[in-house]
Ligand binder design. Structure first.
Ligand SMILES: Cc1cc2nc3c(=O)[nH]c(=O)nc-3n(C[C@H](O)[C@H](O)[C@H](O)COP(=O)(O)O)c2cc1C
Length: 195
């Protein structure tokens, strides 16, 4: 793939803007990879799944009412962004040992039975195949993939569940412990990926 024909979906989730490590590094990776970048900033919040959403989702598409179609339109748009991308870059701050609630809300909108995954006789099958994902994780003291990190393994698992199994993790973790090395190491990893 050349730089110009790459389609990147950049998913940002930090509640912070200018001071955010995950935003800065994820954007830097998008910039270094090059191509068309679509920004999906989930920090302002997405629709929450509730009973109406679930019934709309489980109603076969041709039988959905206008209200049900309307209720799923936001989710449809988020799924379409993933379908159109060949590369996902997700900024992941660790909040209270998990991912930000806003990022989880996005996941609940894009994990759609029959759309991004399906159940087969052999178990679930992801339908968003042939894509590459990068997770840029930032934390204060929690080690990425350590036993109290419920954010990175969760996000990586969900990506695999929808068919995106080629996932690379860039770590700016334990910034309060490692100091500026945390960011310098992540920047070096980004340079190595882009090279
Ligand atoms: C609400 C909140 C909860 C946090 N919880 C954790 C945590 O559980 N573990 C941790 O290591 N750091 C935690 N932090 C620190 C952030 O992970 C760290 O500041 C990281 O750089 C945030 O990403 P950002 O720089 O992209 O905003 C928390 C920060 C906030 C704002």
């Amino acid at each position: 793939m050349t730089m110009t024909d790459r389609n990147i979906l950049l998913v940002q989730s930090s509640a912070r803007t200018d001071a955010s490590t995950s935003r800065r590094l994820a954007a830097a990776l998008a910039d270094r990879l090059g191509g068309t970048v679509t920004l999906r900033d989930v920090a302002p919040g997405s629709d929450f799944v509730d009973g109406d959403w679930v019934s709309a989702n489980f109603t076969p598409a041709p039988e959905r009412s206008d209200a049900q179609r309307d209720r799923l339109s936001g989710s449809d748009a988020l799924v379409a962004e993933i379908a159109a991308a060949d590369t996902l870059i997700i900024g992941l701050p660790i909040y209270n040992f998990g991912m930000p609630a806003t990022l989880k809300a996005w996941i609940d909108q894009i994990a759609r039975a029959g759309v991004t995954f399906r159940y087969t006789e052999n178990g679930p099958e992801g339908l968003m195949k042939g894509k590459k994902a990068y997770i840029v994780v930032a934390s204060g003291g929690t080690e990425a993939f350590g036993e109290i990190d419920f954010a990175t393994p969760h996000l990586r698992h969900v990506l695999g569940f929808i068919g995106i199994t080629d996932v690379e993790v860039i770590r700016a973790d334990r910034q309060m412990i490692r100091g500026e090395d945390a960011v310098l190491d992540a920047e070096a990893a980004i340079s190595a990926i882009a090279a």
